[in-house]
Write a protein that binds this ligand. Structure first.
Ligand code: NDP
Length: 322
């Protein structure tokens, strides 16, 4: 079968289209015939070497498709089930395996591509809005890269919780998308000062929480945008990793809270994973959550998809289709 692998880390040109054996699910795993593989920034970090992986490596953690085989001991999935996961091993491929404990069935009414698009970025937006900082009516949130995959979903979930949202985006074209997701205010942070905008948005006080996955370029401004005892959630490195931070900075900027969360710690049990996914699917089915698939590429064009994502040229979700 066809798969996209790297043999060494580096730029998008390191992605190779290769013929590899179809994987066999071991005990506790299911194999999925991939209908869509989600592109995520973690794929870029793994390809570039920021997040080390054992080489050669087939990229891709997020897939939607149909169960094509089950390993020993798997009783809750059968061949033919429509499923999705954010824990695939080698998802940029025609077939991929995943631990059954991290696989979910896709309900009727939710398209396989929508489910594939929702797993990693949707679960991330979900834990950020419901648990890392449990947003409630009246809270104010600054959300960076709001027209991106996580961003569009996070804005919608923040609004669902009743928060007021100021969103940042890189271009004028992305403003309408962030507004369409429900953002109350949108700042184009490539030319406007988002800290001043966040202060103006809150009458000078500062926002309650900043969701910052841009990283290096925005971290300092994010800390400046918070109210005393506000929370800075640094959950990604799209512009580069944030350098070490002195705890004293948190005192100087207002006894701030800083956290650097990751999805695995918010989906530690199958029950937690399934509860989050059920909430997301219900929101899709009731029209409360819209999943934007901004671009679809053939699997063999994965390198082009990587170039588009890392050059800020995408909006919403990017899918690869085998
Ligand atoms: P996005 O679709 O949001 O793409 C990244 C966006 O970041 C770009 O579109 C761009 O938007 C913005 N950006 C700002 N500066 C840069 C830069 N120098 N290079 C590239 N992009 C830049 O990607 P994802 O939704 O997949 O991921 C968003 C972030 O969330 C990533 O940092 C990712 O690592 C993180 N993440 C974290 C998880 C966790 O659990 N901790 C899980 C999933 C994702 P604009 O042009 O508007 O600035």
């Amino acid at each position: 079968m066809r798969a996209i692998r790297i043999h060494e880390t580096g730029g998008p040109e390191k992605l190779r289209v290769e013929d590899v054996p179809v994987p066999l699910p071991i005990a506790g795993e299911v194999r999925v015939r991939v209908e869509a593989a989600g592109l995520n920034f973690i794929d870029i970090y793994q390809r570039s070497g920021l997040y080390p992986v054992a080489l050669p490596f087939t990229l891709g953690a997020e897939v939607g498709g149909v169960v094509s085989a089950v390993g020993a001991g798997v009783t809750e999935f059968a061949i033919g089930d429509r499923v999705a996961t954010a824990k695939a091993v080698g998802g940029y491929a025609a077939e991929a395996v995943a631990p059954a404990a991290h696989v979910v069935k896709i309900p009727d009414g939710v398209a396989t591509r929508t489910a594939a698009a929702l797993m990693l970025q949707g679960l991330t937006a979900h834990y950020l809005a419901t648990d890392t900082f449990p947003l409630k009516a009246g809270d104010t949130a600054l959300i960076h890269a709001a027209a991106g995959g996580v961003g569009l979903l996070l804005v919608q979930l923040a609004k669902r919780a009743g928060a007021r949202v100021i969103a940042s985006v890189g271009t004028d074209e992305k403003v309408a998308l962030a507004r369409g997701a429900g953002a109350d205010e949108v700042v184009v942070y490539t030319r406007e000062n988002f800290t001043a905008a966040a202060r103006a948005f809150t009458g000078g006080r500062g926002v309650d929480v900043v969701y910052d996955a841009v990283g290096k370029d925005t971290f300092a401004g994010s800390a400046e945008s918070l109210r005393p005892r506000g929370m800075l959630i640094s959950f990604g490195n799209a512009s580069g990793a944030v350098p070490p931070v002195a705890p004293l900075l948190l005192m100087q900027k207002g006894s701030l809270y800083l956290t650097r969360p990751t999805l695995a710690h918010y989906t530690q049990t199958t029950a937690e994973l399934r509860a989050r996914v059920a909430d997301l699917f219900a929101a899709v089915l009731t029209g409360k959550l819209s999943v934007r698939i901004g671009a679809t590429y053939p699997l063999s064009a994965a390198a082009d998809a990587h170039r588009a994502l890392e050059s800020r040229g995408t909006t919403g979700k990017v899918l690869l289709v085998p």
